[in-house]
Design a protein around this ligand. Structure first.
Ligand code: ADP
Ligand code: MG
Length: 324
């Protein structure tokens, strides 16, 4: 079965009765600490060969794990605070590897203002894997949820889409990008996510719904639609592409699948009432980060993608899900 069916069937019942679990359907859970502050909690796991290639510098693997959690904290509009780390290390992992892993975390702790507060370290007979739980804070009642999109909202996405999926294709030899600088830029997006912390916090009080795009735009937007009881129409020609991605797609439009349903973007996807469009433009300027309107929330359900001629271009494959 796929991961979402497994969660809905076997684990969601365990969270029944606690509203802050958000039905196990949001980027993080919420705990109300007092009448001013709520805590958000999220957990992500990585495994060699699934989430990273294995040949990377250990510091990069550590940063990718931490940043994928930070992206979920950003998606809630929260400020990161602490994290807990579980490491499943193959026997005889070189201490230099563990040191490089810790150094990567140290560097990102300085950059993102988050600190390690506990965890677990065990030996495993399988490949390296790790799991990280990140905690953050957000003003009481202000967390950004997936369930608050309203028909008529504009749909926005930060940064650019598809670079990471194209970067992985380059790394795996499925795609050739002759320009060295462009190939490098795509690969870097795969190795090192850029969680949109400032944007998430700035969207509190402005965005209706928000989530981070990590498993493919169309699938992830589908989660917002399902949680909010609405539909969405997005326009393929409006999707923000880097120069490298644009060139790849111009050469072979089968690569549209990267921005539409490729993984590891770690951008924020959010909806804003039409009347507040200008505020998004001002925020984009203030942050120096593209925030692109890609479509609108409509009554109904499901995500529809329209191509440049207004024809249906909704991909059959909507995003990544783990089969378990
Ligand atoms: P994200 O991509 O934002 O990290 P996921 O797609 O990994 O979210 O997970 C979707 C939702 O399912 C999240 O709310 C997550 O907390 C929940 N979830 C996933 N696995 C489990 C599990 N084993 N037990 C409880 N909740 C889970
Ligand atoms: Mg998420």
């Amino acid at each position: 079965m796929n991961e979402f069916d497994a969660i809905a069937t076997f684990f969601a019942p365990l969270a029944e009765g606690y509203d802050g679990a958000l039905g196990l359907k949001d980027d993080a859970a919420i705990f109300f600490l007092n009448h001013e502050t709520a805590m958000v909690a999220t957990k992500d796991a990585i495994s060699e060969g699934v989430h990273f290639l294995g040949s990377e510098d250990a510091g990069l693997i550590a940063k990718k794990l931490l940043r994928s959690n930070l992206s979920d904290i950003a998606a809630m509009g929260a400020v990161p605070a602490f994290y807990l780390l579980a490491l499943m290390l193959p026997a005889a992992t070189p201490s230099a590897w563990i040191e490089a892993f810790s150094k990567g975390l140290w560097e990102d702790q300085q950059h993102y203002g988050i600190r390690l507060a506990g965890g677990d370290t065990i030996a495993t007979k399988g490949p390296f894997s790790a799991s990280l739980t990140a905690l953050g804070t957000v003003p009481y009642g202000k967390a950004l949820l997936r369930r608050d999109a309203k028909a008529g909202d504009r749909i926005y996405v930060s940064g650019s889409l598809g670079d990471s999926a194209l970067g992985l294709a380059v790394l795996q030899g499925r795609l050739e990008v002759s320009d060295y600088g462009q190939a490098l830029a795509l690969k870097e997006r795969y190795f090192l996510p850029q969680p949109r912390m400032q944007l998430g916090q700035a969207l509190v009080g402005l965005a209706h719904a928000c989530m981070d795009v990590s498993d493919g735009l169309v699938q992830d937007l589908g989660h917002i639609c399902a949680a909010s009881g609405v539909g969405a129409v997005i326009h393929q020609k409006l999707l923000p592409l880097s120069e490298a991605a644009r060139e790849v797609i111009e050469a072979d439009d089968a690569w549209w699948r990267a921005p539409l349903s490729g993984g590891d973007d770690y951008e924020l996807l959010f909806t804003v009432p039409q009347a507040r469009h200008a505020e998004v433009g001002a925020l984009s300027l203030a942050l120096g980060l593209p925030l692109t309107a890609i479509g609108e929330i409509v009554a109904g359900d499901g995500v529809r993608v329209l191509d440049a001629h207004g024809m249906d271009a909704t991909p059959a494959h909507k995003g990544y899900s783990h089969s378990v």
